[in-house]
Design a binder for this molecule. Structure first.
Ligand code: PEP
Length: 246
């Protein structure tokens, strides 16, 4: 079995003092060696987290990166190179909140994936269908069209996260059977798109918490979890990490 991944996504949360309190709480736990752990934070706190977590095995990451790669006149933008310079090791690309609020589409996400890889960051590429798409039986078609951009990244190291939009921040978790069926479909789809034999780790995300983590992480074809709200509570996040060791 591959080493599982537990990645926290803090979204637009955090303050310097609150981050310190959360990090100090993490540091009181004994982190398991056999779990890859990461926290994605808003841009201003990446270097703080990098500095504070340097002596732990927790990776720091970003929640997005710019479509622009080289330094230049792009006011307000943060490049993948800057993220790497600040200590980020990974970056979430294509989160559904970015797709929804910023109309991010395949053309843009392809550029962002390329930028992340060029800067040496590990991309966590998110895909997911809306409730309406699932209820109309379109979920596989939607996921296949989102995954299609991987055609250009056949040899790239990356992670893919399946995050049904209807399960993000709603408390409504996909059933293990739904997760397993979709992850199996995604494994087959990625193989057929890229012709790649090396397995891409597939994470599930959507209302993962301390109570449901164990069953989700034991579901076949699930290599870890992308955790939003629950990653903002040290004890809950730690229980999710512990569930990954079972
Ligand atoms: C997420 O933001 O990626 C996520 C899965 O959020 P939550 O766990 O809060 O549903």
């Amino acid at each position: 079995m591959q080493t599982p991944w537990i990645i926290g996504n803090w979204k637009m949360n955090g303050r310097i003092d609150r981050n310190i309190a959360l990090i100090n709480a993490f540091k009181t736990f004994r982190l398991p060696e056999k779990v890859h752990i990461g926290i994605a934070s808003s841009y201003p706190y990446i270097h703080q987290l990098y500095t504070e977590l340097q002596e732990t095995s927790i990776w720091v990451g970003a929640e997005d990166c710019s479509q622009f790669y080289d330094d230049g006149a792009y006011t307000g933008e943060v490049s993948a190179n800057m993220l790497a310079d600040c200590g980020a090791k990974f970056v979430i690309i294509g989160h559904s909140e970015r797709r929804t609020y910023f109309s991010e589409n395949n053309d843009l996400l392809k550029i962002k994936l390329q930028n992340a890889l060029s800067a040496g960051l590990l991309p966590i590429f998110c895909v997911g269908e809306t409730l309406q798409e699932r209820e109309s039986g379109q979920e596989e078609k939607v996921i296949a069209s989102q995954l299609a951009i991987l055609r250009d990244f056949a040899d790239a190291s990356m992670i893919v996260a399946y995050e049904p939009v209807w399960a993000i921040g709603t408390g409504k978790v996909a059933e293990p059977e739904q997760i397993q069926a979709m992850h199996q479909f995604m494994n087959e789809e990625i193989l057929s798109i890229t012709g790649k034999r090396d397995k891409i780790p597939l994470l599930y995300g959507g209302s993962v918490n301390a109570d449901n983590a164990s069953i989700i992480l034991k579901t076949s074809c699930v290599d870890g979890a992308l955790v939003g709200g629950a990653s903002l509570k040290a004890d809950v996040f730690m229980r999710i990490i512990t569930a990954a060791t079972e």
